[in-house]
Design a protein around this ligand. Structure first.
Ligand code: HEC
Ligand code: HEC
Ligand code: HEC
Length: 366
C-alpha cells in the first residue's frame, strides 16, 4: 500500500519534471501563425464558456430593461471605434491584423446569431474580457451601466442591416466640419459620432455639451484622459488626444448652440415642482443643500459648476446616482458635489433631474 502511494507520488513528480523540461527546451510552439489544434480550440472555448456561465450567475446583477433605443447610439459608436476592427460589423470587415490572431475574434454580427449567451453572460464577457485570447476588459469596472448599453447593442447586432448600423455608429452623413487643421477635424469628427457637431448629444444617455461652460468641459476631458472620471465610452474617445486638442474641443463645443427638439419629458408636474423646491432650497432634513447655491449663474467660482438647465434627464439621473455612490470623479471640485448629494433619496433624485431637464436655458433647445 505504502509502496503504491510512493510510486504514484514519484510518477506525478516525474511528469511535472518532464513538463518543465519540455517548457524549458523551447520546443513548445507559441507561434500564433500556426493556430491551435482543433482539440485545443475546443478545450479553451469550453473552459471559457464554463467560466463565463458560472461567474455570470454568481456576480452579474439582473439586467435593467434593455429595449430603450437611447442605449444604442453610444454603444454603437464605441463598437465602431473599439470593437469592430477585431469583430467586424455589418458592412465592415475585421482588420487583417485581427484575423491573424489566435484565437481569431469572431465576426459578432454573424457569430452571435448561432450562440446562445444570455444577457448576463454577455455582460460578464464584455466587462471582464477573456484571458489568453486578446479579448480586452471594459476600460472601467465602475460602469456596469455602460456595459449594459453594449449588451443591448449586441442583442440587436445579428439582425442589424448595414444602413442601420452606419446611422447608429456614425450619425447622419456629412456632419464633420472642416477647420483646416486635419488632426482637430479628425478628433471632432470622432466626437460628433456621439455628440453631434453642435454638441446636442445623439440620445438621452449622451450629455448635451454644446453651450456648456468651457472651463468645465476642459476639466472633464482632462479627468477622463487621466482616468479620474470613469467612462469606457469617453476614456476610449480621448485616449490618444493631446491636451491642446482637448482644450480646443472644449472651446469648440462651449461656443455651440445645439439645435435639438425639446425632449418629450415623461415627468408629471408634481415631480417637476418637487424638483424646483430641491433646486432652490435643498432637502434640509437630509442635509442636501440647494443645488442653485452652486449651479445658479453669477459668481466667479461658477466656471467650475456645470450648467444643468436643459440637460438630458436620463444623463442627469445617472450622474447623480454615480455621485451618490461615490463612483463619479471629475475635476478637483467634484468632491463638493459628492458631499452635496450623499443623502439624496431616489425619488428626490428623479424629481430634481426632471426639473433641470424641463428648464429652458443655455443647454436647452432654441
Ligand atoms: C484585440 C481584439 C479584440 C477587441 C478589440 C475586442 N475583442 Fe471581443 N473577442 C476577441 C477574441 C479573440 C475573442 C474570442 C475569445 C474566445 O473565444 O475565447 C472575443 C470574444 C468576444 C465575445 C464572445 C464571443 C463568443 O461567443 O465567443 C464577445 C461578446 C465580444 N468579444 C465582444 C466584444 C466587444 C463588445 C468589444 C468592444 C468593446 C470587443 N469584443 C473587443 C478579441 C477582441
Ligand atoms: C462612443 C460615444 C462617444 C464619443 C465618441 C465621445 N463621447 Fe463624450 N460622452 C459620451 C457619453 C456616453 C458621455 C457620458 C459619460 C459619463 O457617464 O461620464 C460623454 C461625456 C462627455 C463629456 C462630459 C460632459 C459633462 O457634462 O460632464 C464631455 C466634455 C465629452 N463627452 C466630450 C467629448 C469629446 C470632446 C469627444 C471627442 C474627442 C467625445 N466626447 C467623444 C459619449 C461619447
Ligand atoms: C457645493 C457646490 C455644489 C452643490 C451644492 C451642488 N453641486 Fe452639482 N456639481 C458641483 C460641481 C463642482 C460639479 C462638477 C464636478 C466635476 O468637476 O466633474 C457638479 C456637477 C453636477 C452634475 C453633473 C453635470 C454633468 O454635466 O455631468 C449634476 C447632474 C449636478 N451637479 C447636480 C446637482 C444637484 C441636483 C444638486 C442639488 C441636489 C447639486 N448638483 C448641488 C457642485 C455642486
Amino acid at each position: 500500500m505504502i509502496l503504491t502511494v510512493r510510486r504514484a507520488v514519484l510518477a506525478v513528480l516525474a511528469l511535472a519534471a518532464a513538463g518543465m523540461l519540455f517548457a524549458w527546451s523551447g520546443l513548445f510552439n507559441v507561434a500564433a501563425s500556426t493556430g491551435h489544434w482543433p482539440i485545443t480550440n475546443w478545450f479553451l472555448h469550453w473552459v471559457m464558456q464554463n467560466s463565463v456561465r458560472t461567474y455570470a450567475l454568481a456576480t452579474v446583477e439582473t439586467p435593467p430593461p434593455l429595449d430603450d433605443p437611447a442605449l444604442l447610439p453610444a454603444a454603437a459608436g464605441h463598437y465602431a471605434q473599439g470593437c469592430a476592427w477585431c469583430h467586424a460589423a455589418p458592412g465592415e470587415p475585421q482588420s487583417q491584423i485581427a484575423e491573424a490572431m489566435t484565437p481569431p475574434p469572431p465576426a459578432l454580427h454573424e457569430w452571435l446569431a448561432h450562440v446562445d449567451w444570455t444577457d448576463k453572460e454577455l455582460h460578464r464577457i464584455v466587462e471582464h474580457g477573456v484571458k489568453y485570447s486578446g479579448m480586452p476588459a471594459w476600460p472601467s469596472l465602475k460602469r456596469p451601466d455602460e456595459v449594459w448599453a453594449m449588451v443591448a447593442f449586441l442583442d440587436r447586432l445579428p439582425d442589424m442591416d448595414e444602413a442601420t448600423y452606419r446611422t447608429l455608429a456614425y450619425g447622419e452623413a456629412g456632419t464633420t466640419p472642416v477647420s483646416g487643421d486635419a488632426a482637430f477635424d479628425r478628433a471632432l469628427g470622432d466626437c460628433a459620432r456621439c455628440h453631434g457637431t453642435d454638441g446636442a448629444g445623439r440620445s438621452d444617455r449622451i450629455p448635451v455639451i454644446g453651450g456648456q461652460k468651457p472651463v468645465y468641459l476642459a476639466a472633464s476631458l482632462r479627468a477622463y484622459a487621466a482616468g479620474e472620471r470613469a467612462s469606457g465610452f469617453m476614456q476610449g474617445a480621448v485616449a490618444d488626444l493631446s491636451v491642446e486638442t482637448l482644450d480646443r474641443l472644449a472651446e469648440h463645443y462651449a461656443s455651440q448652440t445645439p439645435a435639438r427638439p425639446q425632449p418629450a419629458l415623461d415627468a408629471n408636474p408634481g415631480e417637476v415642482e418637487r424638483g424646483r423646491v430641491i433646486a432652490e432650497a435643498g432637502v434640509p432634513i437630509d442635509g442636501v443643500p440647494a443645488c442653485l447655491s452652486c449651479h445658479g449663474e453669477g459668481r466667479p467660482r461658477d466656471v467650475h459648476f456645470p450648467r444643468l438647465d436643459g440637460q438630458h434627464r436620463d444623463y442627469l439621473a445617472r450622474q447623480l446616482s454615480l455621485f451618490r455612490e461615490g463612483e463619479r470623479g471629475g475635476s478637483p471640485y467634484a468632491r463638493l458635489m459628492t458631499a452635496a448629494v450623499h443623502e439624496l433619496k431616489d425619488e428626490d433624485l428623479e424629481a430634481v433631474a426632471a426639473y433641470f431637464a424641463s428648464r429652458g436655458g443655455a443647454l436647452a433647445a432654441r
